[in-house]
Design a protein around this ligand. Structure first.
Ligand code: 5CA
Length: 163
């Protein structure tokens, strides 16, 4: 894996790195030469299992944007998740809604570094991987983390999200 660390990161990733540092998280943001836009691409670039990629998916529920940090090995069962989470129906955010809620573009949405914190769910499946990777604000940046750290970082709730 070819990558460089914190020096001269893109502005969106500097925001993410700052949020990680404020939370006392040790994993560093890296910018890869290969795309990490999707879970499959990120897994290939990092040489890890696709399930160890934490996708940061924005949905709209009850009129507000929410974030679902899901293992890349499965899709979100939106009806089951809404019921477990005690929320109204979840629909995928549009690209414009994603940008508005996170300040980041699809393919680079991070768990943090947003203008305002979003209500967040962390997928229990991420506990199957001792190390997971999440996007860091752009489609070429990632940071190493864990399910525990993601919960702490986002103040989220832990729920199964898969089918
Ligand atoms: N960088 C990787 C993780 S390291 C990443 O961001 N993966 S992701 O899954 O969170 O982001 C890609 C996701 O964006 C895809 O799962 C896809 O469902 C979603 N997406 C792609 N196009 C659109 C779109 N037009 N509207 C809403 N969501 C979209």
């Amino acid at each position: 894996m070819e990558s460089r660390e914190d020096t001269s990161l893109p502005a969106r990733s500097v925001e993410v790195a700052r949020a990680l540092a404020e939370a006392g998280i040790r994993g560093r943001v890296r910018e890869l030469t290969d795309s990490t836009r999707t879970a499959a691409e990120a897994a290939a670039a990092l040489g890890c299992e696709v399930g160890a990629i934490a996708n940061s998916l924005v949905f709209v529920s009850d009129g507000e944007p929410v974030l679902v940090l899901t293992s890349g090995r499965h899709k979100v069962d939106t009806a089951a998740l809404a019921a477990r989470w005690g929320r109204g129906p979840l629909r995928r955010a549009t690209p414009e809604e994603v940008r508005g809620a996170t300040g980041q573009v699809i393919g680079g949405v991070a768990p943090v570094g947003h203008p305002r914190a979003l209500p967040t769910v962390v997928d229990t499946a991420l506990y199957d991987y001792p190390q997971v990777w999440a996007a860091a604000g752009t489609p070429r940046t990632v940071f190493p983390t864990s399910a525990d750290e993601l919960l702490r970082l986002t103040g989220g709730v832990l729920l199964p999200v898969g089918p």
